[in-house]
Design a protein around this ligand. Sequence first.
Ligand code: PEP
Ligand code: MN
Length: 346
Amino acid sequence: MIIVTRPGITAEELDHLRERIEALGLRTHMSRGEQRTIIGCIGDEARLREVPLAAMPGVEQVLPVLKPYKLAAREFAAAPTEVQVGNVRIGADAFVVIAGPCSVESREMLETTALAARAAGARILRAGAFKPRTSPYSFRGLGDAGLGVLTDVRSRTGLPVVTEVLDPRHVERVAEHADMLQVGARNMQNFTLLEEVGRVHRPVLLKRGMSATITDLLLAAEYIMSQGNMHVVLCERGIRTFETATRNTFDVAAIPVLKRETHLPVIADPSHAGGRRDLVPALSFAAIAAGADGIMVEVHPRPEEALSDGEQSLSIEEFAPMMERVGELARLMGRAWESSKEMFVA
Ligand code: PEP
Ligand code: MN
């Protein structure tokens, strides 16, 4: 249930409303827009019927949220949610590029990649310390040593870092090192993990499962948010279809559909979507044109030597010129690109 307030509601009226709802054992979530505040009510809605909410001062409308997801639903927030990762904003007017190698391989390679990515305009560094691999015999990441490398490179470059957490038992540990936690495609419906990342104070990057519908993705976000963590960014990374020319099929329509369904930021991962280096620029541009709030791109100083996902990683020499066009397109789409780039001009 959401309560839409009248423009001009006083602070006392708002407090009074919140107290009445919380006295019934429900939680409230305030979302302030330019004109109106939306009070989201979380809990046993039947109890709300005991209170004549619609007649209370300052209330314009009381509406049920009809979608299966509630906290993630568009209606729940008065404005698009902005998620803050370190000193970087994602969502609303901000457009962000997240870049880095698939895996943390060594401090030297991560630092080289981070500096080059930063110079090209990327604002968040991404690399996996714990890697979910299809084969148990593939490189599965440096684990805890990789987390140490990430914090090291963050302090040397000023870039906030995002890294994947695979196991509910690792959440606290990864959260101590990372500015944002990634839940990967394979874990999108690991409900124990979702609830665990919902309990920590770190934003979460939630990737769409390869066989997940858009509703499945939004309900996965709901698992996180229902534990109190509202800082979720969704990521379209391609889905499995009958097509074999690409690693996955990039579902570009998911971006505008998600933007209509939810207030959460939506980004795209053109690297895993296509699985091919040559497709990364085209898929990135398509994502921006479709309204994405950012892209996440795999970049490696020597892709041919990468320990994971080398075939879809851009070299630094390929990433930098692509970023010129990314900036132009982001501006064309009305995004605050300049301000985001300026912060890190070395
Ligand atoms: C990754 O981001 O490197 C990764 C493993 O992606 P996904 O979970 O989308 O497969
Ligand atoms: Mn990868």
